[in-house]
Design a protein around this ligand. Structure first.
Ligand code: F3S
Length: 399
C-alpha cells in the first residue's frame, strides 16, 4: 500500500501519539480491506455518542485520545446523544446520566468536534459535495450522503470515523471506488408511495431482502429529500444498505447508467407494502416522529396536524438543535407544545434511555424506528403520519 510522505510521518509518530494512533487505525483498515491508497476526506460524522451505548469505558477511551493530542483536521460533526443537552431535566433524564453524557460531549469537543448531535448533519451545516470522499458513521446519514448527494463514504465505525477526522484520510475501498457503486438489483416499485411511512416500508422491505447490496429503484416518479432520507434510513436499519439509486432522481443515476446489464429484479407492490407492519392494536404511551431527525418541513406538517388538538399520549419530534431553533422562530414549537407534544433536540428514541422514562408502547411513521424499537423490546405501532397523530390524540392504536 502506498502512503504519502505526510501519511508516513503521521504513522511514524511525528505528529504526536494521538495522530499516530489514528493513522494506525486507518492503515490497519486499509490492510484488512486491501486498499491500495488512502484518500483525503472533506468531512467526518462521528457516531457512538450516547452514554447509554458508550458506558464508562467509552468515556475513558475518548478522554485518553483527546489527552494524547488528537485534534480534527476536517469539519466533524456528532450523531445524536442520549438526551437533549439543554432540556434533559425537564424531559426526565437523571442527573447521573446527564453528568456522564456531558462528559462524553466535552471529550469530543476537546478534539475539535462540533457538538451538533444529529443524524442529519446535512441539515446542520455538514454538507458534502457530489463526488467528495467523506468518512461518515451514522447509517442513515451514510445512505443519504452516498445516494442523495452523490458523495462517497463507507459506513465507518465510531473509532475509525474519529481516526479519519484526526488524520484527514480514509482508506480507498468499498463505496469510494466507482466499480462498487453499480447496482445488480433492480427494485421495481408498483405500490403507491404517498406518506413518509410508505418510503419507510419500501426501505424496510428492501433492506430485509437485499442486506448490504446496492438497490436500484425504478417506478418512483417523484420523491422529496425527506422521503429519500426515510427510504435510506429504513433500508440501512433492516439491512445494511449504504447506497441506493432511484432511476431519474438520485444524482449518479441521472448522470450515467448505474444498473448492471445482468441484474436481478424484485417487485415492491401493495402486498409487500402491507407486509411491513408493527403491532395491530393497543394502548400507545408515546408517539415519536423524526427518525432520521426531522426537517423544518416535517415539523411544519406535524404542527399543522396537531394544531388545536389535545394529545393524550406523549408526542415527541426528534430533531437537531438548529432545526429546533428555526421551528421555534416559525411558531411551530409553540403549536406542538400547546397540543401537549414536545420537540426533543440532540437525541432520539433509540439512543436515549427511553425505558427509564416509563414508556413501553410507541407509535412511529419511520421504518428505522420500527426496526430498532422493536429489537429493543418495545411494543411498536407503525403507520402513516396522520394515523400516528390520531394515536397521540386517543392514546390507542387500532389497525
Ligand atoms: Fe437518527 Fe436515531 Fe433514527 S440516530 S436515524 S433518529 S434511530
Amino acid at each position: 500500500m502506498m502512503l504519502t510522505r505526510e501519511e508516513q510521518a503521521m504513522l511514524d509518530g511525528e505528529h504526536g501519539p494521538g495522530v499516530q494512533k489514528a493513522m494506525e487505525i486507518i492503515v490497519a483498515l486499509a490492510r484488512i480491506y486491501r486498499a491500495e491508497r488512502l484518500v483525503p476526506v472533506a468531512s467526518v460524522q462521528v457516531a457512538g455518542v450516547s452514554y447509554k451505548n458508550l458506558g464508562d469505558a467509552g468515556i475513558q477511551f475518548l478522554e485518553e485520545w483527546a489527552e494524547q493530542g488528537a485534534r480534527v483536521k476536517v469539519p466533524t460533526t456528532l450523531n445524536p446523544a442520549g438526551m437533549d443537552l439543554d432540556d434533559w431535566k425537564e424531559i426526565g433524564f437523571s442527573e447521573e446520566f446527564a453528568g456522564k453524557q456531558l462528559k462524553v460531549i466535552r471529550a469530543f469537543q476537546r478534539m475539535g468536534i462540533m457538538p451538533t448531535c444529529t443524524c442529519t448533519p446535512y441539515l446542520a451545516g455538514n454538507v458534502p459535495k457530489y463526488g467528495d470522499h467523506i468518512a461518515w458513521a451514522e447509517s442513515s446519514a451514510v445512505s443519504y450522503a452516498n445516494s442523495v448527494i452523490g458523495a462517497r463514504t463507507n459506513r465507518e465505525g465510531g473509532p475509525s470515523a474519529i481516526a479519519s477526522a484526526v488524520t484527514g484520510r480514509t482508506a480507498a475501498f468499498g463505496y469510494h471506488l466507482d466499480e462498487n457503486r453499480i447496482s445488480e438489483h433492480e427494485v421495481r416499485v408498483t405500490a403507491a408511495l404517498d406518506d413518509y411511512s410508505d418510503y419507510g416500508a419500501l426501505g424496510y422491505w428492501t433492506g430485509k431482502r437485499l442486506k448490504n447490496m446496492v438497490p436500484y429503484f425504478t417506478g418512483i416518479r417523484t420523491a422529496t429529500a425527506d422521503q429519500l432520507k426515510q427510504l435510506g434510513a429504513s433500508a440501512a436499519a433492516s439491512g445494511a444498505i449504504a447506497l441506493y439509486h432511484v432511476h431519474g432522481i438520485t444524482p449518479e443515476a441521472r448522470a450515467k447508467s448505474m444498473l448492471a446489464e445482468d441484474h436481478e429484479t424484485l417487485e415492491f407492490g401493495e402486498e409487500e407494502k402491507k407486509s411491513v407492519r408493527g403491532e395491530l392494536s393497543g394502548e400507545v404511551d408515546l408517539v415519536v416522529f423524526g427518525c432520521p431527525h426531522a426537517s423544518l418541513e416535517e415539523l411544519k406538517k406535524i404542527a399543522s396536524m396537531v394544531s388545536g388538538r389535545k394529545l393524550k399520549a406523549e408526542l415527541w419530534v426528534t430533531t437537531s438543535k438548529p432545526v429546533k431553533a428555526l421551528a421555534e422562530r416559525a411558531g411551530l414549537k409553540k403549536t406542538i407544545e400547546e397540543a401537549g407534544g414536545r420537540i426533543v433536540a440532540d437525541a432520539c428514541a433509540v439512543v436515549a434511555p427511553v425505558k427509564s422514562l416509563g414508556f413501553k408502547s410507541i407509535a412511529v411513521n419511520s421504518g428505522k424506528y420500527l426496526w430498532y424499537l422493536t429489537s429493543q423490546g418495545y411494543k411498536v405501532f407503525f403507520g402513516d403520519t396522520e394515523k400516528c397523530v390520531q394515536a397521540a390524540v386517543t392514546g390507542r392504536w387500532e389497525e
